[in-house]
Design a protein around this ligand. Structure first.
Ligand code: FAD
Length: 471
């Protein structure tokens, strides 16, 4: 603590949460984010318990001329929850979740993660479409878009965002909804952390589970080309109540997997049915009927939705050194598949992998203009080449693997669009290209209204319209 600074004394006296400088209780916990490759160190952290704490932190930071970063779940690939030498607003203490089963809505604090939100909503047989790793924060994921198992049935996470409590750079609190400040609500649906600190999210809920029908098929590396060609022809035949996922990854380390394949690389196809078991069995029948391509592993069972949501947690361990680059496709053409099977085995880290997210159904029905989401609504697959490494040495190697792999995939992509939550680096041109000129200009106008000085710039940054930076 700086005892000579009256502003810091005032900050410490006014917040209900914790203020911590390096060495003080709470600091190390707050700055320990998911991506272990990020080494930035804030000079001060404010662990906020509500809007008043956030406003006090912003006032102090602006007075002291400190850069501001915002931590929701701390899971961002870019690691922009951390500022170097500035002030970090840590929302981890905001853990409250309230579910109203009558109106099918939920309100969740800015520090909640998907495991916590799913547990609360599933107590009522309801869910918000979320991410696929339960220890990811709801905040960053929602603000960037949010792709997961329920995308086909109920759209992106941001498609289900109906309100938010936001503290803007001037410290004022906004209760945003379709009726109140709808343009800000639109911007929060994909525009990232550009407009203020979101202390609470209000979601529309969808009936899900509590049991869902899960099917996983796994093929050996040498079956990769045929497996991917089969998957791209099969996935479009799935009904709207099924979510699908394809990946170049490792087989589960589970008893139903032959010992020699456990945790070994190959190609995975998973199909989750949110309807009845018969309809799911009908949906996956073509995989089982394909005698030319017998999977090396098959697992079909009814599991709790909450287990599905945590099933891949081990593939993204906390503290991993990580890097990724994503690309969107309309089709997995033979050329794209050839690139995948050529590059996938070149990774060095055990957990580095290539998830292929299948975009269908409700995701395509939502109008492009109705959200700020950066990925576009036409693409059918998001391929996210991801390095997940145990140390810096393998991180350096697999970062090159990601870049080389991505360079070859990119010419086959849909436009230049991308999903901002799957960017490790926010190259300005890529952010502009991701949104496209019209959406970027609309976002810049919202930015000008709510954050004209670009206080919130540690993100996929939208420059205020008319600012020198924007030109
Ligand atoms: C292992 C792993 C798995 C993932 N799986 C998926 C997936 O299945 N689907 C998917 O869509 N994405 C997925 N992602 C990407 C994920 O959406 C982003 O990393 C997201 O930013 C994480 O949010 P967070 O709150 O945990 O992160 P943080 O690092 O806390 O935040 C990321 C950024 O969001 C902004 N921000 C965070 N909280 C707030 C707030 N309350 N108010 C204002 N701004 C805020 C800040 O700019 C911050 O830098 C995954 C990421 C990882 C690392």
């Amino acid at each position: 603590m700086n005892f000579d600074d009256p502003a810091e004394k005032e900050l410490r006296a006014s917040v209900a949460g914790t203020v911590a400088r390096p060495g003080e209780p709470g600091y190390d916990e707050a700055v320990a984010i998911w991506n272990g490759s990020i080494t930035r160190r804030p000079s001060i952290v404010v662990r906020c318990t509500g809007t008043d704490d956030v406003a006090a932190a912003l006032k102090y930071a602006r007075g002291a001329g400190l850069e501001v970063s915002v931590r929701g779940g701390g899971h961002g690939f870019s690691g922009f929850a951390l500022t170097e030498g500035g002030l970090m607003i840590d929302l981890s203490p905001l853990k409250s979740v309230t579910v109203d089963p009558t109106t099918r809505t939920a309100v969740a604090g800015g520090g909640v993660n998907w495991g916590e939100l799913d547990a609360a909503t599933q107590a009522h047989g309801l869910a918000v479409p979320g991410g696929m790793i339960s220890h990811t924060g709801i905040a960053g994921l929602t603000l960037g878009g949010g792709i997961g198992w329920l995308c086909t049935l109920a759209g992106l996470t941001c498609d289900n965002l109906i309100g938010a409590e936001v503290v803007t750079a001037d410290g004022s609190v906004h209760h945003v909804s379709e009726e109140s400040e709808p343009e800000l609500l639109w911007a929060l649906k994909g525009g990232g952390g550009n407009f203020g600190v979101v202390t609470a999210f209000t979601y529309r809920l969808t009936p899900v589970g509590p049991l869902v029908n899960f099917a996983m098929f796994f093929w050996r590396p040498e079956q990769g080309r045929d497996a991917l060609r089969f998957a791209r022809d099969f996935v479009p035949t799935l009904p709207a109540d099924c979510g699908a996922f394809i990946a170049g990854t490792n087989a589960p380390n589970a008893p139903f997997v032959p010992e020699e394949l456990r945790d070994k690389p190959g190609w995975l196809l998973a199909v989750v049915g949110f309807g009845d078991a018969e309809s799911h069995a009908r949906a996956i029948a073509p995989v089982r009927a394909n005698k030319d391509l017998p999977p090396a592993v098959e697992d079909v069972e009814a599991i709790p939705y909450t287990r599905l949501q945590g099933m891949f947690d081990h593939t993204g361990p906390w503290g991993a050194y990580s890097y990724e680059k994503a690309v969107h496709f309309n089709e997995l053409t033979d050329e794209v598949i050839d690139i995948m099977v050529e590059h996938q085995p070149k990774k060095t880290a055990h957990l580095s992998f290539t998830p292929i997210l299948v975009m269908a159904g409700e995701y395509h029905r939502v109008q492009e203009e109705s959200t700020a989401f950066s990925g576009g609504r036409t693409g059918k697959y998001v391929v996210n080449v991801t390095a997940v490494c145990p140390d810096r040495e393998s991180f350096e190697t697999d970062r090159v693997w990601v870049r080389n792999y991505w360079e070859e995939l990119a010419p086959h992509a849909v436009g230049k669009g991308s999903y901002i939550n799957f960017m490790s680096e926010y190259d300005e041109d890529r952010v502009k290209a991701a949104y496209g000129a019209a959406k970027y200009a609309r976002l810049a106008a919202v930015k000008t209204q709510y954050d004209p000085d670009n206080v919130f710039h540690l993100n996929a940054n939208i420059k205020p319209a008319g600012s020198r930076e924007a030109r």
